[in-house]
Design a protein around this ligand. Structure first.
Ligand code: SF4
Length: 299
């Protein structure tokens, strides 16, 4: 554990196990869409996903992948000339496409000598073996990390928020990715409709039993333009949102339960102010971390 965080393995620890020196993510928007949007699996998308910001292809960053890397490097290199980078394919479903096109985009990103690895965010039902074996090949020259949006381990919850995949699919994707030799992470949302405290802890325990390297959590946020927002604003679906102290208690419990070698990348996310309806905690990320560490120190 790092000297800045004596309480749990964090993402800085995860990175320092794999890379020398400072490493920074550069987020890439390669213009992917999502099978839960384009009609392949569904059209409405997940209940919490922002429709208004989702415009497949036309919403893509018009800059090429290499240009996005160049721009990202320019931003950081002024302050840290020795910085190395991870190309982070973050937006939407970054393995949803024809394999050769995907590989060409990934290869474009890692062809930059300052890029030391790739992080690919995707859905667990969008990782065919054929792509996995190509990524395993890429992983021999530059580190490849796969992040799956799991969101919950409960099929009833996944159905309620229209994820259009189940927990077994997540387990299968994690197992295959790990067996292919790639680092793998999961993402979960805490406080999804209908989830009790025990259900969330069951999810943490189930995730802990999987061969994952890192994990991300965030609090449920009600974001404009989503199905949850219209349910929330109309009162059709009563939603219980965490206040910050309740959420910190939950995070403390997660830290005490999760397998110690899993790096916890984060507990909170902050939607843009103009899109966020609730909860509005009014805390910057570092202020949340300070409160969390304080709670962990006094537990
Ligand atoms: S949250 Fe992800 S999987 Fe769900 S609709 Fe949005 S882009 Fe697709």
């Amino acid at each position: 554990m790092s000297k800045n965080n004596p309480y749990f393995k964090d993402y800085a620890d995860f990175l320092s196990e794999r890379f020398d020196g400072k490493v920074q993510k550069i987020t890439i928007n390669a213009g992917f869409t999502c099978p839960n949007r384009d009609g392949t699996l569904g059209r409405g998308g997940c209940a919490y996903c922002n429709n208004s910001s989702f415009s497949p292809m036309t919403g893509a960053d018009v800059r090429s992948v290499s240009r996005q890397i160049e721009d990202g490097k320019r931003f950081f290199a002024k302050k840290y000339p020795e910085m190395r980078y991870l190309a982070y394919f973050q937006s939407y479903t970054n393995t949803y496409g024809e394999t050769e096109r995907l590989m060409s985009l990934y290869s474009e990103a890692i062809s930059d000598s300052d890029v030391v690895g790739l992080i690919i965010g995707t859905r667990p039902d969008c990782m065919p073996d054929s792509l996995l074996s190509r990524l395993a090949g890429l992983n021999k020259s530059k580190t490849v990390i796969i992040e799956y949006g799991a969101e919950s381990s409960h099929d009833s919850t996944l159905a309620a928020v229209n994820r259009c995949h189940d927990w077994a699919t997540t387990v299968d994707a994690v197992m295959r990715t790990h067996q292919a030799g790639l680092a793998v992470g999961l993402h979960f949302i805490l406080g999804l409709p209908g989830e009790t405290h025990d259900m969330m802890m069951t999810t943490v325990d189930r995730a802990s039993r999987l061969p994952i390297d890192c994990i991300k959590f965030h609090q449920l946020q009600i974001v404009r333009g989503t199905r949850l927002a219209s349910d929330y604003l109309s009162g059709r679906q009563p939603l219980t949102l965490f206040d910050v102290d309740e959420y910190i208690d939950l995070c403390v419990e997660i830290v005490s339960r999760i397998r110690k070698d899993i790096a916890i990348e984060r507990f909170v996310s902050q939607s843009p102010d103009n899109l966020l309806i609730a909860p509005r905690w009014g805390l910057k990320n570092y202020e949340f971390t300070h409160k969390l560490f304080n709670a962990l120190a006094h537990k």
